[in-house]
Structure formats: structure tokens, C-alpha cells
Design a protein around this ligand. Structure first.
Ligand SMILES: Cc1ncc(COP(=O)(O)O)c(C=O)c1O
Length: 298
């Protein structure tokens, strides 16, 4: 469903190549290399209580993603951090979603674009819950996608690159058409990989199982959840997970900056309960992201 207010017609300012511009004026030309050839990388971050959670890690990943696509973001990590913080202050939000994006511009329009200027923009808006809040508490329904995450020899799978999201949008749209909230993608080998904007975890006999991120994003939220679970003494097993194993798992949740920790009640024909460990990690994550709070460390 489309948002009531389109994203190109909102209020406020967007940080664009080093200056603040009115929201509606933050435009690119149709002959922009990134639009034609997906030469762009981006981040998704959340601010809680006026502070952007793990900002430095996100800015580092942005710069690293650019390098994986063969370009240098023309700002240092410290400069990107400062620009994100200034944009958040200008927008005046405490809790918000932060979207930096870097892309190749318009100087050359062939596949080769060695000389194109690299641009950077940062937009911040309020995005309370990625999934329907009522559905989220009961556990979301997830379909099994037809599309798979590619072999790392086929695409730079460690980059948060726009091109890699073509598969995610195809999978999510197909799932939504069938009434599901999201889709689980297998990888090129047929192993369980990730959802369209989040990593996945399973619970079995008190331990957490999650796929090894060898061909998809090793999410910052994923690493935070592993850390929170270990702080509680929960065993975390990163390994190859086959789809047939889904029948043996008791609980399932997905996690990502936008999705936070979201329980899953079903994946295609497999069923899961929203159990205690999932609820505990949801709470621990909410505590962890708040400035100066850390329940799990207590
Ligand atoms: C495809 C995909 N996988 C995983 C994640 C989780 O990453 P993070 O926790 O760093 O937001 C995201 C969200 O950015 C994503 O889009």
C-alpha cells in the first residue's frame, strides 16, 4: 500500500552533497548512471531518543559498500557521521529512520562510468514500524520466495548495493500478492538465507540457529542480537541451514534496522510459536538501542 504522503513531497531538508536542500528539491536527472545501472549503495539506520544506533558501523559499511562497487564515497566516515547527526537535528526527530545513499552521477552514461562524480545524500523521516504492529506481536506470516540470493562470485553480496534489492522487491511483491508480510529467500545453493530486508534466526532446544552470512548481508542488527543472546548465556550457532530443517524449529524471528526484532509465526507450511526467547530478545533489543540503557548487560 502506498504511503499517504509520497516520499518526494515531504517536509524538511535533505543533506545533498554537503549542503541542506529543501526536501522537494533533492532531485537527480533521469540520465543518472545509478538509475540505469544500479551503481548506488545505501544504508538504513534508526535513531532512538535522538541518537543514531551504531551510526559509525553504518557509515563504515556505506564506505565499504562503495569500495565493493569500485568507488570512493567522497566523505570520510567521521564526515558522514556528522552529516547524519546534523540532518537528524535539522529534522528535529527523536525516533526516526535514516537513509544515506551514494551513487554515480551523470558525466558518462555507458556501462563504463569511470569518471562520474560520486554523490551522497542523507534523508531522515519517521518510520515507526516496518510491519503492521498488531501482526508483529502475533508473528508475521512469511512466504518462501522463488528468487534466491546470488553466489558471491555472481554479485558483490557483502555490499548494501541497490542492485541486490531487485531480487528483494520481486520476492516481497510476490509474497504480498499472496497475503504474506514478507518472503524468505534461499541462497544459490538452496540453503536458508534471509528475508527481503532482514536476517533470520530460529530457536531450537533453547539455542539460536542462524545461517552463516557468506552470500548475504551480515546485518548490524543480526550481530547485535547475537551479542545480546550470548550476554544472556544463550548458545548461538551460525551454520548452513537447509529448508527441510524448518520443521524442527520451535520459534523464528527476523531482525534488521527497519524490522528490529520481529517474530515469525509461519513460513509457507511451517509453523512457529512466539516464545519466551524471542520475546526476551525483542525486549533486550529495544533496551539496547535506547541511549544509555542495556538490560541484557545487567
Ligand atoms: C536484505 C537485507 N538483509 C539484512 C538486513 C539487516 O541489516 P541491518 O541489521 O544492518 O539493518 C537488511 C537491512 O538493512 C537487508 O535489507
Amino acid at each position: 500500500m502506498a504511503d499517504a504522503q509520497p516520499f518526494d513531497q515531504r517536509d524538511g531538508v535533505i543533506w545533498f552533497d554537503g549542503a541542506f536542500v529543501p526536501w522537494a528539491d533533492a532531485k537527480v536527472h533521469v540520465l543518472t548512471h545509478a538509475l540505469h545501472y544500479a551503481s548506488a549503495v545505501f544504508e538504513g539506520e534508526r535513531a532512538y531518543g535522538g541518537r543514531i544506533f551504531k551510526l559509525d558501523e553504518h557509515s563504515r559499511r556505506l564506505v565499504e559498500s562503495g569500495k565493493l562497487l569500485g568507488f570512493d564515497v567522497p566523505y570520510s566516515v567521521a564526515e558522514i557521521n556528522r552529516a547524519c547527526e546534523e540532518t537528524l537535528a535539522r529534522q528535529g526527530f527523536q525516533d526516526a529512520y535514516v537513509r544515506p545513499i551514494a551513487w554515480r552521477g551523470s558525466e558518462m552514461m555507458g556501462v563504463s562510468a569511470q569518471g562520474n562524480r560520486i554523490h551522497l545524500a542523507i534523508a531522515i523521516w519517521q518510520w515507526p514500524s516496518y510491519f503492521d504492529p498488531a501482526q508483529r506481536l502475533k508473528g508475521i506470516r512469511v512466504d518462501l520466495a522463488e528468487w534466491r540470493r546470488p553466489d558471491p562470485k555472481t554479485a558483490p553480496s557483502k555490499a548494501k548495493a541497490t542492485g541486490l534489492y531487485m531480487i528483494c522487491t520481486l520476492s516481497k511483491h510476490a509474497a504480498e500478492r499472496k497475503g504474506y508480510a514478507d518472503a524468505l529467500m534461499l541462497d544459490w545453493r538452496g540453503q536458508v538465507a534471509e528475508c527481503t530486508g532482514a536476517n533470520i534466526f530460529f530457536v531450537k532446544d533453547g539455542a539460536l540457529h542462524t545461517p552463516t552470512p557468506d552470500c548475504f548481508l551480515d546485518g548490524i542488527t543480526r550481530r547485535t542480537v547475537i551479542d545480546l543472546a550470548r550476554r544472556r548465556g544463550v548458545e548461538v550457532i551460525e551454520r548452513a541451514i537447509q529448508p527441510e530443517e524448518l520443521a524442527s524449529f520451535e520459534q523464528c524471528f527476523i531482525c534488521g534496522t527497519a524490522a528490529e526484532v520481529t517474530p515469525v509465526s509461519e513460513i509457507a507450511d511451517w509453523r512457529f510459536t512466539v516464545g519466551d526467547l524471542t520475546k526476551t530478545l525483542m525486549e533486550d533489543y529495544q533496551a539496547e538501542v535506547q541511549p544509555k540503557a542495556s538490560v541484557a548487560a545487567a
